[in-house]
Design a protein around this ligand. Structure first.
Ligand code: RVP
Length: 500
């Protein structure tokens, strides 16, 4: 006879936190959100920690190198999507590891033989008014000059005037030498009243541009997630099919943390993959997704550094409808956390847990942490921001961004859903959708973090570990759910009164 769980499977919205005593020290400014991402022994420190408990989903619509830089700047970690070629994923890792805050690879480039018309076209296309003039027109060619809007007058100059005749030539440029620090670059910018400082290597080849406006922006990140060499940390998703080729390339490129990306991780393929990585490389690897004690223990015993929890709760996910597998996210986290805590008691090894998918409100993150997760993974949340890789569109008068599941026909990530057999996506497990555009990552994340810290203070907790120990959590009835939102009032923003 089949096994029946005694409890219904529950989601985060069915729970609330009950406040504890808030002491005077318990202010948001004193809350520390550092959290482990790799396993560690009792009384030892984890080798890798996040500065905030946020990771971005292994998805085409969410995590590319731009998202990875933005999230690391704010203390979290992106997992670069794996449904791309090994070369392009490794290149993304290299871009993040090679990223120098404030040093930008030139995006507008021409040769001296181009014309004023070309300058204007380029400006129209990408909005940049500074154009680097290089011998071959590439971003890293030999630097011959710079054009800014101060170098030409559209009313006087002919549109076919060659760039060489009006650019500021190299001989008149102030430039920095590769290797200089952002502070040194900024000093040159101020000393010479520049807007842009080109940086060149020993062969006069352009390496970067530094813009005056970027300096202040790059001082704004006190929480950056850096490795021992002051480079941003970055994660990457892998699968259980091509790991023999993919993992060496990602490690070579400098990846910090791998995660096996699968809708159902309780499989022998995952155990093989984890073992291979642990035996051959010194890199952290998470495994999943699982939703129960058995799945957790199986992957931990194969050597995983953290375990990812969640099946079917993602906003774009239709796995539960299509296949009838899954579990309410809150119940899944609770059972896996219990198994983790028992494992810690028995062995003295702490395994961090990631709650993946199904976060709808900011307080869901706090609940996931209070229930024992060490960090969360989010797709929809990050897809809404400027930094996600997808298009921003206007639909029905509102700005939206595209967001599609890895199991949708658009992503065709069959490796994520494969259970053996034909190597193709047999049916969809995800949808293609829009999410409301929400602006910049930093602005939104700061607000979310503010809410989490404030709730933690209500619960008398200054760290995630303290919250996990002290949290008191109550189930809510369907009727009290109604009480939780605005009710029995007429909301002003939804009302238009007419004068007569
Ligand atoms: P959400 O944050 O609710 O948008 O969920 C994101 C998660 O959904 C991902 O981290 C992944 O586990 C899952 N996912 C991604 N694609 C699909 C799908 O197509 N079904 N599901």
């Amino acid at each position: 006879m089949a096994y029946y769980y005694e409890e219904a499977s529950r989601t985060f919205s069915e729970y609330l936190l009950v406040p504890n005593l808030t002491t005077k020290q318990c202010t948001p400014a004193n809350v520390d959100l550092k959290t482990p991402i790799s396993k560690f022994k009792r009384d030892e420190q984890p080798e890798i920690e996040l500065n905030i408990p946020f990771t971005s989903a292994v998805m085409q619509a969410v995590s590319d190198d731009r998202m990875a830089v933005a999230l690391a700047q704010n203390g979290g970690l992106a997992f670069l999507f794996g449904s791309q070629s090994i070369e392009s994923q490794a290149e993304m890792v290299r871009k993040v590891k090679g990223y120098k805050a404030g040093f930008v690879v030139s995006r507008s480039n021409l040769t001296p033989d181009h014309t004023l018309q070309d300058v204007l076209d380029l400006k129209e296309l990408n909005g940049h008014s500074t154009v680097a003039v290089t011998e071959d027109g590439t971003p890293t060619g030999k630097l011959l000059g710079i054009v800014t809007s101060r170098d030409y007058r559209i009313s006087r100059d002919k549109l076919d005037k060659p760039v060489r005749e009006f650019m500021t030539p190299f001989s008149s440029l102030i430039y920095g030498k590769a290797g200089l620090s952002l502070k040194e670059a900024n000093d040159l910018i101020w000393e010479h009243k520049l807007n842009t400082l080109p940086v060149i290597d020993e062969n006069q080849r352009l390496t970067h541009l530094v813009f005056r406006k970027d300096y202040d922006r790059n001082k704004e990140y006190p929480n950056e997630l850096l490795d021992g060499n002051k480079r941003y940390r970055v994660g990457a998703g892998i699968n259980t099919k091509d790991y023999l080729n993919r993992v060496p390339a990602l490690v070579e490129a400098g990846v910090d943390v791998l995660v096996i990306d699968s809708s159902d991780g309780y499989s022998e393929w995952q155990a093989d993959t984890v073992k291979y990585v642990k035996e051959n490389f010194n890199v952290k690897i998470g495994a999943g997704n699982v939703v129960d004690r058995e799945g957790f223990l199986y992957l931990v015993q194969s050597g995983a550094d953290f375990i990812k929890v969640g099946i079917g709760g993602g906003s774009i996910c239709i796995t539960r409808e299509q296949k009838g597998i899954g579990r309410g996210q809150a119940s899944a986290v609770q059972e896996v956390v219990k198994a983790r805590d028992e494992y810690f008691e028995e062995t003295g090894v702490y395994i961090p847990i990631c709650s993946d998918g199904g976060i709808v409100h900011d307080y869901h993150v706090t609940l996931a942490l209070a229930m024992g997760a060490d960090f969360v993974m989010l797709g929809r949340y990050f897809a809404r921001f400027d930094e996600s890789p997808t298009k921003k569109l206007k639909v029905g008068g509102n700005f939206v961004k595209e967001y599609w599941g890895e199991g949708s026909n658009r992503a065709r990530n069959w490796e994520r859903y494969d259970t053996g057999g034909k190597q193709t996506l047999l049916f969809e497990e995800g949808v293609d959708s829009y999410v409301p555009y929400a602006g910049s990552l930093k602005e939104n994340l700061d607000k979310t973090l503010g809410k989490i810290k404030s709730t933690m203070c209500n619960c008398g907790s200054l760290s995630i570990a303290e919250l996990q120990r002290k949290a008191r959590i109550t189930l809510v009835s369907a009727t009290s759910l109604v009480e939780g939102g605005a009710h029995d009032v007429i909301l002003k923003e939804n009302t238009s009164f007419s004068a007569d």
